[in-house]
Design a protein around this ligand. Structure first.
Ligand code: NAG
Ligand code: NAG
Ligand code: NAG
Length: 547
C-alpha cells in the first residue's frame, strides 16, 4: 500500500513539472497572404511566426516545444540578439510589382546584431562562427562570408525588434553573397524548422517543384526581441520564417493572343490542395488581397466563399482583404480558386514611390563605373534616403569620382562629411563601404555614379566559371515614405497579419505616417576578363513602418 502511495506521489510531482514547463508559453501562427499583381503574376507570402516568452539574455534556453532547438542553440552559442537572413532566387521587380512584405537582395544575405558586452574581436569571431553554423543549418554557402566581405553598417540597418539598448554599429555585421544559388537543398532544412514541417497546415503547399518553377522566390528567417505584452516590461523572442513566391499562372493557360487568362488556384500555383491546418498553430489564416477587384475594371471571383472581408486603412491607402480562417473550415480539402470574368489586359502600371535600377558603365578591361538610378515618383515632396553600397575589394572604387546628377537639374542635397561615411577597402582584407544620406528632389530621377578599377587577381581567386564575370551585391536604399502606396508589409510593432488587422485603427497614419522602405538594387555582372556586359538589373525594396 505504501509503495503504491509513493508511486502516486511521484507521478503527481512529475506531472506538475510538465505543467510548469508548458507554462513558459510559446505560441505559433501560420499565415499566407496572396496578392494578384497588376502584371497577372500572383504573389504569395507564407509567414510562420513563433513567439516564445523567455528572455534569452537571462535564461538558459531549454524545454523547446515549438521553437526550433537548432535556432535556439545558435542564439546562445553566438550571443545573438537579432538575426535576419534570406536566400533569394531572381529579382523582385519593384517597378511592376510594388513593394513586397519582406525585402531581400538576390542570393544570400545575412545581418546580425550581437550582445553589447562583446568587444570587437569577440564579435568578429562570433560572426564567423555564426555564418558557419548557418551554412550547416541551411545547407548553403554562408561559410563564404568572411571578414573580406563583411561590413558594420552605420545608418542603414538598425535593430528591428525592441530596442534593448547598449548596441551601436560596432555590434552589427552585414554581408551578402549575390552568387548564391537557392534550391531544394535549402528548402528542405528550412521546412524542418516549422512545428508541423510539411505534414499539415500551410507547409503542405510548399512543394519544391512549384517553388523552383516560379519567377521569384525567397526564403527568410528573422529573429528579434519583442515586447511580451502591451505594458512591455518583459521581452519575448520572435522567430519568423517566411517564404515569398511570385508565380505566373498566365503561362499555364497557353495562348495569350486575346489577352491573358489570369485565373489561379492553390492547385495551379502550389501544385496541391490544402488538406488541414497545423494543429499546433493558434492562428491559421489565408488572406487574399482583393483590392484590384475593386479598383480596376477586371473583376474576379473567389471560390469557396471567404470567411470574412476586411478593409485595412493605413497611410492614405486602403487594402481590401478576403480572409479564410483555416480553423473554421468545415470541409477539407480546400482549393481556393480565383476566376476572372474576362481576359486580363494591362498597360502601364503606375510605379511605386521609389524604385531604382543599376548598371555598370564604361569600356575597356581595366576600368568601369557603377551607376545607380533612383526614381522619386512622388510629385509633392522631396524624399530623404540612406544609400548603402558594399563593393568587394577587387573593384577599387574612388571616392573623388563620386558624382550626383538629377534629371531636372535640381541640386541633390548632400553635405559631406556629416552625411557621408566611407571606409575604403583593403586588398584581401575588407570591402569598400559607402553610406550616404541624401535628399531626392520630388518627381525626378537621381543618378549616383562612381568609377572603379579592377584589381589584379591571382588565378586561384577567380570563381568557378570565371568567364561569367563577377556578381556585385545589392545596394540598399532606405527611405521614409510619405504614403503607404504599393506597400504590403506589417508595421514594426506587430508580429502577424492577424494583429495588423486588429490594430488597424490605432496605427492608421493618415497620409503623414512614415514608412521606411529599403530598396535594394542588384548590379548585374561586372567581369574582369571578358568585356563588360552592361546589363541593367532591377531592384527590390523593403518597407517598414517607422514608429
Ligand atoms: C501602386 O498603387 C497604385 C494605386 O494604389 C496602383 O494603381 C498601382 O497599380 C500600384 N503599382 C504597383 C506596381 O503595384
Ligand atoms: C559603441 O559601443 C562601444 C562599446 O559598447 C564603444 O566602445 C564605442 O565607442 C561605441 N561606438 C560609437 C560610435 O558610439
Ligand atoms: C469582385 O467584384 C464583383 C463585382 O463587384 C463581385 O461580384 C465579386 O464577388 C468580387 N470578388 C471578390 C473576390 O471579392
Amino acid at each position: 500500500m505504501k509503495t503504491h502511495f509513493k508511486t502516486f506521489l511521484l507521478l503527481f510531482v512529475v506531472l506538475s513539472c510538465v505543467e510548469t514547463v508548458l507554462a513558459t508559453s510559446e505560441s505559433f501562427s501560420e499565415e499566407l497572404l496572396i496578392k494578384p499583381l497588376p502584371t497577372g503574376h500572383v504573389y504569395s507570402f507564407f509567414q510562420f511566426t513563433t513567439k516564445w516568452d523567455v528572455d534569452p539574455e537571462e535564461t538558459k534556453l531549454r524545454h523547446y516545444n515549438l521553437f526550433p532547438t537548432s535556432v535556439g542553440e545558435i542564439i546562445q552559442k553566438h550571443s545573438l540578439r537579432e538575426l535576419h537572413l534570406s536566400l533569394t532566387q531572381s529579382l523582385w521587380r519593384t517597378q511592376k510589382w510594388g513593394y513586397p512584405v519582406r525585402f531581400a537582395g538576390p542570393g544570400a544575405e545575412v545581418f546580425a546584431t550581437f550582445y553589447p558586452h562583446l568587444n570587437n574581436d569577440e564579435i568578429d569571431s562570433a560572426w564567423i562562427g555564426l555564418v558557419n553554423s548557418l551554412s550547416g543549418l541551411f545547407c548553403s554557402s554562408f561559410n563564404f562570408v568572411t571578414l573580406t566581405n563583411t561590413i558594420q553598417p552605420l545608418w542603414t540597418f538598425s535593430p528591428e525588434g525592441l530596442n534593448l539598448g547598449g548596441t551601436n554599429a560596432s555590434h552589427q555585421r552585414y554581408a551578402n553573397l549575390p552568387r548564391e544559388i537557392v534550391c531544394t537543398e535549402n528548402l528542405t532544412p528550412w521546412k524542418k524548422l516549422l512545428p508541423c514541417e510539411s505534414h499539415s497546415g500551410l507547409g503542405e503547399l510548399l512543394n519544391a517543384k512549384n517553388m523552383y518553377d516560379s519567377n521569384y522566390h525567397s526564403l527568410a528567417l528573422d529573429l528579434r526581441p519583442i515586447c511580451r505584452d502591451k505594458k512591455c516590461q518583459e521581452t519575448s523572442l520572435e522567430l519568423k520564417l517566411s517564404l515569398s513566391l511570385v508565380s505566373e499562372p498566365t503561362v499555364l493557360h497557353g495562348n495569350t493572343y486575346h489577352g491573358i487568362n489570369a485565373d489561379w488556384s492553390f492547385k495551379s500555383i502550389y501544385g496541391a490542395h490544402l488538406f488541414s491546418s497545423c494543429p499546433r498553430a493558434q492562428v491559421s489564416k489565408v488572406y487574399i488581397d482583393i483590392t484590384s477587384n475593386l479598383t480596376s475594371s477586371t473583376h474576379w471571383k473567389l471560390r469557396p466563399d471567404p470567411t470574412a472581408i476586411f478593409i485595412n486603412q493605413r497611410g492614405g491607402s486602403a487594402t481590401h482583404l478576403a480572409l479564410y480562417d483555416l480553423n473554421a473550415v468545415s470541409s477539407w480539402p480546400i482549393n481556393v480558386q480565383a476566376s476572372y470574368t474576362k481576359k486580363l489586359t494591362y498597360g502601364n502600371v503606375p510605379p511605386p514611390l521609389i524604385h531604382a535600377t543599376r548598371f555598370v558603365g564604361g569600356h575597356g578591361q581595366a576600368k568601369g563605373k557603377l551607376v545607380t538610378r533612383i526614381h522619386n515618383n512622388y510629385f509633392s515632396s522631396d524624399i530623404d534616403i540612406v544609400f548603402l553600397e558594399l563593393v568587394p575589394w577587387y573593384c577599387r572604387v574612388f571616392l573623388h569620382t563620386l558624382t550626383f546628377r538629377n534629371s531636372k537639374n535640381k541640386p541633390v542635397g548632400i553635405d559631406i562629411p556629416q552625411k557621408l561615411y566611407f571606409r575604403p577597402g583593403l586588398d584581401r582584407q575588407r570591402p569598400h563601404h559607402l553610406e550616404l544620406r541624401l535628399t531626392l528632389p520630388a518627381d525626378s530621377v537621381t543618378e549616383i555614379e562612381w568609377e572603379f578599377q579592377k584589381g589584379f587577381l591571382k588565378w586561384t581567386e577567380y570563381p568557378p566559371d570565371a568567364h561569367r564575370g563577377f556578381d556585385l551585391g545589392p545596394a540598399v536604399i532606405s527611405a521614409l515614405l510619405p504614403v503607404a502606396r504599393n506597400w504590403t508589409g506589417t508595421p514594426r510593432h506587430v508580429s502577424t497579419f492577424d494583429q495588423r488587422l486588429v490594430v488597424k485603427e490605432s496605427s492608421g497614419a493618415g497620409g503623414g505616417g512614415g514608412f521606411i522602405s529599403k530598396l535594394k538594387s542588384l548590379l548585374g555582372k561586372t567581369s574582369t576578363s571578358p568585356p563588360e556586359e552592361t546589363e541593367a538589373k532591377e531592384e527590390d525594396s523593403r518597407s517598414k513602418k517607422d514608429n
